[in-house]
Design a protein around this ligand. Structure first.
Ligand SMILES: [Zn+2]
Length: 282
């Protein structure tokens, strides 16, 4: 167990709670560190907790019986992992895997459900986030069917940059290909084009975005459609925001890390997990 005061920067949903709601919830939140490739949920397995990422990024994925996989959505400090709990589903059909190591606040299911049933700020934010998540999944489905791998890769990269403060991403070509549901060679070609144009540079599983504007210009419309819907629905009221800070990236709470989640390896031993642990070639 480790303590580090002020190391957490809780996420947008928590930052949007009223002081009364926050005081009820904060004592039940457990700050945790989520290591890379940690599996938070497996399909069909009962969820006992939800996770509010603060610096971690989590990928929601669906894997077919033959091992083929696609990313459905990505969750960062704007959302929560485990939304099925408030929908009375208890389980989810997708897998939730940590895509970028970092911190999160864990909340147990009974507390979340109790707070949701009060009908206050927590319910309002969770329902808004559910709409954002539905919009992202729908847009992803359209994107995967109609847009080029180059455009999809730019959307993939830009979406992650929105959820972190660094321009460097931890990702191999193989992992990106698995997330997009395309061949690795297609991602390698798209990455080479972006590098040739001076948009990114990459080496052994690390991608650095050098020109953010150029990256966004290469995205399909799907990136901005999801971003605008997220900003519209999850904008924190000015009375709760820090003065002078951008509303869409304002966080006002700070908690110490008191516990670390159990590190990987991922629970699954199926084909996708084998790909995730393969030697880095990208
Ligand atoms: Zn698209």
């Amino acid at each position: 167990m480790t303590s580090s005061a002020g190391a957490l920067r809780p996420n947008r949903l928590l930052a949007g709670l009223s002081d009364v709601a926050w005081d009820r919830v904060r004592h039940h939140l457990v700050p945790v560190h989520l290591p890379l490739r940690k599996v938070l949920y497996e399909p069909g397995v009962k969820c006992d907790n939800v996770y509010f990422p603060t610096t971690a990024i989590v990928s929601l994925q669906y894997e077919l019986a033959n091992g083929a996989c696609s990313e459905l959505a990505v969750v960062g400090n704007e959302g929560v992992v485990g939304i099925a709990l408030i929908l009375n589903g208890d389980t989810i059909a997708s897998r939730a895997v940590v895509d970028r190591p970092g911190n999160a606040c864990r909340l147990d299911a009974p507390t979340l459900k109790e707070e949701f049933c009060r009908g206050g700020a927590m319910r309002d934010w969770l329902l808004r986030y559910t709409q954002v998540l539905i919009a992202e999944m729908a847009q992803t489905a359209v994107c995967n069917r109609h847009h080029s791998v180059d455009q999809q890769m730019c959307r993939w990269l830009a979406g992650r940059l929105d959820r972190q403060h660094s321009s460097e991403l931890i990702a191999t070509h193989e992992l990106i290909a698995a997330g997009l549901g395309v061949r690795r060679e297609s991602v390698t070609a798209a990455a080479a084009s972006l590098r040739h144009s001076g948009v990114i540079r990459y080496r052994r599983g690390h991608i650095v975005v050098l020109d953010r504007r150029a990256l966004e210009e290469r995205c399909c419309e799907c990136y901005m459609a999801v971003k605008q819907e997220s900003d519209r629905l999850l904008q924190i009221p000015a009375r709760l925001s820090n003065a002078g800070a951008p509303k869409s990236h304002t966080y006002r709470r700070a908690l110490p890390i008191v516990e670390y989640a159990t590190p990987g390896p991922p629970v699954s031993t199926r084909k996708y997990s084998e790909r995730m642990t393969a030697p880095i070639r990208g």
